[in-house]
Ligand binder design. Structure first.
Ligand code: TYD
Length: 207
């Protein structure tokens, strides 16, 4: 089973994922927790190039292609082998981040970005995508208040960029209702986690 977690900056995804990993392991599941961009040594190298604050003149297509390149390595080296072993793969971001950030917010077009990602993913789509939906004003404030969270190049975008990211994710949820669950990430940590858990249990039950 392949589960992805999506949302804007500061949506509390990482905290909920950590609780979920513990829950699944305690219940005897083999879990692989990973993230994008990154997840393998090569993809983590590409991540540094993409998120480096000094790289302000990166062309939007270069950015989209680098995310796709990092994703290709991640799918081939880590995600597919784990799925083959029947492990549960949890990825903090995947394809939909490219569709929302590069396709929607950078305005390259969702279908165009999907096209370049067909090679990267080989058509692999998640069984479940949990969207942490949050007003970006709220999310960016959470990041500013969290000293451990390093600010990256995309965090530095204007609020209008982050609003486009949010709208694009909501559009994707409409486009892929069979795999999307939207969570109201403005709720408190416990409530958010309970909703995540119930979405995951629903999918586990269907197996
Ligand atoms: P990260 O620090 O992992 O952010 P977060 O904690 O919010 O998940 O940084 C990843 C950044 O890269 C984040 O701003 C979202 C962006 N991104 C894209 O623009 N396209 C993509 O395909 C992916 C995977 C991430």
């Amino acid at each position: 089973m392949f589960i992805t977690f999506e949302g804007g900056e500061g949506s509390g995804k990482s905290t909920a994922i950590k609780h979920l990993v513990n829950f699944l392991k305690e219940n005897g599941y083999e879990v692989v927790l990973t993230r994008e961009p990154g997840g393998t040594p090569i993809s983590e190298e590409i991540r540094k190039v993409i998120l480096e604050k000094q790289n302000t003149d990166m062309d939007p297509w270069t950015e989209a292609l680098l995310y796709a390149a990092a994703r290709r390595q991640h799918v081939v080296e880590k995600i597919l082998p784990a799925l083959k072993k029947h492990q549960i793969v949890l990825s903090d971001r995947y394809l939909d981040s490219s569709l929302a950030y590069q396709g929607g917010a950078r305005e390259l077009g969702i279908d165009e970005v999907l096209k370049i990602n067909e090679v990267a993913t080989g058509g692999l789509l998640p069984d479940l995508t949990i969207l942490f939906d949050l007003d970006p004003n709220n999310g960016l404030k959470r990041i500013a208040d969290n000293e451990r969270r390093e600010v990256n190049r995309l965090d530095l975008e204007k609020i209008s960029f982050h609003q486009k990211v949010r709208a694009s994710f909501l559009e994707l949820a409409k486009r892929y209702p069979e795999r999307y669950v939207i969570i109201d990430a403005s709720k408190n940590e416990n409530e958010v986690y309970e909703e995540v858990l119930s979405a995951v249990k629903n999918v586990l039950r269907r197996r």
